[in-house]
Design a protein. Structure first.
Length: 318
């Protein structure tokens, strides 16, 4: 049975767009300050450093912070199961050649940031192909798939072991509906109730960058995502802290014992107990005792228990 090319094309675009939304939401993580992504090719100011083929294979590129950032080139492939039951070397051969071209061009243009490659697909990755990639990365002899991969990379003018170690093959990544549901779940996980139509707003942002004329930017950063959602940076925190106001802390006998344990511990100390037994007040007393000799950070990610409130949007399916 032949696959419908029009339906397959629509599914491919949807798969790409839904994953772009998930990548956008990952920019909101605090560890990704200064990071950004580009849609359809490398960042505009450096696109001329790469060939048409290398830009064409780059459905999305992740950039870290810095003047010569790390880059991760991502290629999305949505295929009908009737085409092939899983991804083999022949399925990715053309992609790997273009990845290798991007590697050569980055080196020749003096880019010293780490360059990695991700091939992401809805189909399963052949176990032989993944085993072959691992063998090449370790510089070991392997199966027929390994030798074909090693030969291709050698012929392409890149170091096979180094390249294979920076290559990730991700299969079984779900269909378009599944990835879209995951993106919607990512939105709900932000803590604040996602505005109505937020998923579509992010999809439109991705499409606008993909269709941007050559003289316009194709990058998306954290501020772009926040603007699309109508959020402020403060809205990203899951819940406000809720430390009780205590005018005078009454020290318990346990406090001195806890101070000694914390000062002598070579690993984190966990204090646990039933709700309402006074753990938070004890932590405030501990912080007060330690602040003269140590840097003390008080963090409440539980909002005094309101995180569990079943009326909050994070606990509802809509």
């Amino acid at each position: 049975m032949a696959a419908d090319p029009v339906r397959a094309s629509h599914a491919g675009h949807g798969f790409h767009a839904a994953w772009a939304v998930r990548e956008m939401l990952r920019l909101l993580h605090p560890a990704r300050d200064g990071h950004f992504i580009t849609i359809e090719g490398f960042d505009r100011p450096e696109q001329d450093d790469f060939s048409i083929e290398a830009n064409h294979i780059s459905d999305l590129v992740r950039y870290s912070d810095g003047s010569d950032p790390d880059r991760t080139v991502v290629q999305y492939k949505h295929a009908a199961a009737v085409d092939a039951p899983h991804i083999t070397f022949s399925s990715v051969e053309a992609t790997l050649k273009k990845f290798a071209a991007a590697e050569r061009e980055a080196v020749s243009n003096g880019k010293t940031g780490r360059l990695s490659f991700v091939f992401r697909t809805n189909l399963a990755i052949s176990p032989d192909l993944e085993a072959g990639r691992i063998a090449v990365a370790k510089g070991e002899a392997g199966s027929n798939e390994a030798e074909k991969l090693r030969a291709l990379l050698t012929e392409s003018g890149v170091d096979p072991a180094s390249f294979a170690a920076r290559l990730t093959l991700k299969g079984d990544e779900g269909d378009v509906c599944g990835v879209s549901r995951d993106a919607a779940a990512d939105l709900r996980g932000l803590g604040s109730r996602a505005p109505k139509g937020a998923l579509n707003d992010l999809l439109q942002l991705a499409l606008s960058r993909a269709r941007a004329p050559q003289e316009s930017s194709n990058r998306i950063d954290r501020d772009d995502v926040l603007n699309a959602l109508g959020y402020e940076h403060e809205d990203l925190y899951p819940s406000p802290d809720s430390f009780p106001s205590v005018e005078r802390l009454v020290e318990r006998p346990l406090l001195s014992e806890l101070v000694q344990k914390v000062e002598s511990a070579d690993r984190p100390v966990l204090v646990h107990g039933a709700g309402g037994c006074g753990k938070t007040v004890l932590m405030l007393a501990l912080a007060d005792r330690l602040k003269a000799r140590f840097k003390v950070v008080r963090f409440d990610g539980f909002s005094g228990g309101s995180w569990r409130d079943p009326s909050k949007s994070r606990h509802r399916a809509e």
